[in-house]
Design a binder for this molecule. Sequence first.
Ligand SMILES: [Zn+2]
Length: 107
Amino acid sequence: MLLFSKYIFLPRFHAVTIWPFIILKHKKLKYDQVIINHEKIHLKQQIEMLWLIYFIWYLTEFLIRLLLTRDFMKAYHLISFEKEAYSNEKNLNYLSERKFWNFLNYF
Ligand SMILES: [Zn+2]
């Protein structure tokens, strides 16, 4: 389900997914298939991690990577969920080919 809000985003971020919602910064982004695919990959990750575990893992991994890199954007891009999503966002068939817990291959 798509929602729109331009007020909740840090600069450089355009979308956030909190199952069952994909929240976009601007309405026109709903036509961007790569962004939507990226967020749908996060939907799938959240479902298979039973939602709450996903966010605990995401935040923990982010904080560890932030400690190691001391760089907010670098730490964000190194989170295994993000690495999987960014690596496959341009493959619009990815979700139909993807294996269960495939983010572990990006850990
Ligand atoms: Zn992402």
